[in-house]
Design a protein around this ligand. Structure first.
Ligand SMILES: O=C(O)CCC(=O)C(=O)O
Ligand SMILES: [Fe+2]
Length: 345
């Protein structure tokens, strides 16, 4: 075991995202010490791919048979659970329509070669569900680079919905262009299959907005010029780190399962706080416009709980971060991560 103070921190050279030739860094799990990952990717808010993070996960070994989704396993173990499903071909207000399905029903759908529709099981809180059912839920382990996670700790401590999901989609299913909840970081690991990610550095998405300020549901490079973005192929066993405020869209190139978390820690807390405040004032402006319309009641019913939740999360998180976020960086990480950081080194 190495003392933290004695570690030498070596910086890797990073691509400069203000130049057009952006490229994504690809590293092997364990190849970089935590501090370097922390500084080069989390503090720097740069994306990266980490190879081979999940070889020993139960999910990696039991959910996959002959390099394909082991539908039988899901039917036998989780068949009666309900999961949220998006219909990638039914779009309403610039979002995919969502409903719930029993997992066994979804697996039967997945087995069909000629599918009539394109369904994507996503945002499934499987880990929380198994915990609630008192069933073993150790089907994966958070990669150590992503272990500092105030958002899910907050959710757990307060008995709220967590931000830990399973995604299962057939070839060609997709996720629209978006930035993550509260502009948090996300990580995502491919248990089986392959995804194509398109990632935009913060602010670049503004070039995609229409005259009303709306973003397209999907970015099509044919329709734009001079947009800086990264295209990344994520293979089986790879993790991708999506930094704060980077818009992204995702396409499943094969039948794919992934596990992902949203997370916030000392590196992005300030950005998240600023984004939440901006979000809040945008929503206030929108409400102002609707104030006298007949839709106002419906609108406020939907929007107000959302604002309240944002405010609550923001204030709890900022309390934890104190006035000077930067002074906490790294010291906070070391204290906060406690036993975890010791495992890393
Ligand atoms: O895999 C997907 O379809 C979307 C995942 C995503 O948006 C994320 O991990 O932030
Ligand atoms: Fe996302």
């Amino acid at each position: 075991m190495v003392e933290i103070e004695t570690l030498e921190v070596s910086f890797v050279e990073l691509p400069i995202i203000n130049q057009v030739e952006m490229e994504i860094r690809i590293i092997n799990d364990g190849e970089m010490v935590y501090e370097d990952f922390y500084k080069n990717f989390m503090l720097n808010n740069s994306p990266c791919v980490i190879k081979n993070v999940c070889g020993n996960w139960k999910a990696y070994n039991e959910w996959v048979l002959n390099n394909e989704i082991n539908c039988k396993y899901f039917i036998q173990n989780y068949g009666d659970y309900e999961a949220p499903v998006a219909d990638c071909e039914k779009i309403d207000y610039n979002a995919q329509c969502k409903f719930t399905m029993e997992v066994k029903e979804f697996m039967e759908y997945l087995k069909h070669k000629n599918k009539e529709n394109l369904l994507y099981l996503k945002d499934w809180h499987l880990k929380a569900k198994l915990k609630q059912m008192n069933v073993r839920n150790d089907f994966y382990k958070v990669p150590e680079y992503f272990a500092s996670d105030w958002l899910n700790e907050y959710a757990e401590d307060n008995g709220e919905d967590d931000f830990q999901f399973v995604y299962i989609g057939p070839k060609d299913s997709w996720t629209p262009l978006h930035a993550d909840v509260y502009t948090s970081y996300s990580w995502s690991v491919n248990i089986v299959g392959k995804k194509k990610w398109v990632l935009f550095p913060p602010g670049e998405e503004d070039k995609l907005r229409d005259s009303l300020g709306n973003l397209p549901i999907l970015f099509n490079k044919e329709n734009y010029e001079n947009i800086r973005y990264l295209e990344v192929i994520q293979e089986r066993g790879d993790a991708i780190f999506v930094p704060t405020g980077w818009h992204h869209q995702v396409l499943n190139l094969y039948d794919t399962i992934s596990i992902n978390h949203n997370f916030i820690n000392s590196c992005n807390i300030e950005k998240v706080w600023n984004a939440l405040q901006k979000n809040l004032s945008d929503v206030e402006k929108e409400i102002e416009e609707f104030k006298d319309s007949p839709d106002c009641m419906r609108c406020s019913k939907e929007v107000i709980p959302y604002i309240l939740k944002m405010l609550r999360v923001a204030s709890e998180l900022s309390e934890e971060s104190s006035d000077n976020v930067h002074s906490l960086i790294f010291e906070t990480e070391n204290v906060h991560r406690g036993p975890i950081i010791r495992q890393v080194f």
